[in-house]
Design a protein around this ligand. Sequence first.
Ligand SMILES: Nc1ncnc2c1ncn2[C@@H]1O[C@H](COP(=O)(O)OP(=O)(O)OP(=O)(O)O)[C@@H](O)[C@H]1O
Length: 263
Amino acid sequence: MAQTSTPTHADKRPTAVELIGVEKRFSGGVHALGPIDLAIGRGEFVCLVGPSGCGKSTALRMVAGLATPTAGTVRSGGHQKGQPASEAGYVFQEPTLLPWSRVWDNVYLPLRLRGVSRSEARPAVERVLAQVGLEDFAKAYPRQLSGGMKMRASIARALVGEPSLLLMDEPFAALDEQTRFRLNNDLLHLWQEGRWTVIFVTHSVYEAVYLAERIVVMAARPGRVLAEIAVDAPAVRDESFRRSVRYDELCRKVSEVLLEAAR
Ligand SMILES: Nc1ncnc2c1ncn2[C@@H]1O[C@H](COP(=O)(O)OP(=O)(O)OP(=O)(O)O)[C@@H](O)[C@H]1O
């Protein structure tokens, strides 16, 4: 059994997200998840890693209120059972932008759905577009953007409602490595400014170690938490961290637990 580090947040920060005895069984009989217990501190950056099918997306969807647990309790951002968490921003692997709408309107969409007028929304939309470096592309259509820029627009859309919780499901998986590295750095800068709680699903050990304060390794059939590994590295991560001995050691440690999870 893998060594489980003590979760880092609990003694320092109030809990932002809590899964208590959570299980998910789908109607076809698939026992996708649990029971699992997991607590995530306010402002914490947690990565979920694990083999395909171990229930990472299912867990994220339940935290978002997009799926309901079969058993147990999910506490997150005060959302009502079965309702999306209003304080959460969700970023998927596909940028899921409306192709017929300009970048500005795509980013405005969550506020429009809440009944906020364009003029009221303008400062927030312009602020997040500037934060993700797309201020000069507000009038562009998604087809005019590169993959990385589409993902920036998707992140801006998730941030426009000033969420306290950001849920990201393999957001950079489809991007080339250089773009991914750049977006990793930009995301960390944004997180350092905004200090939202982040739950980030990835298949990349390297990405998880670079980004996270804590890595939760899950195993499959049924999905469960196999280990929690604290990333005891500087809060400010940059290319020197990526080249450090500590980074290599942590990547090796997480890879070993993942191998166990895949068995
Ligand atoms: N709507 C559904 N109906 C039935 N089974 C489902 C449904 N959604 C997910 N599952 C099953 O639940 C399990 C967990 O799926 P989930 O997508 O959460 O895993 P994951 O760890 O995110 O996988 P991946 O890394 O491949 O994205 C899988 O066995 C999957 O087939």
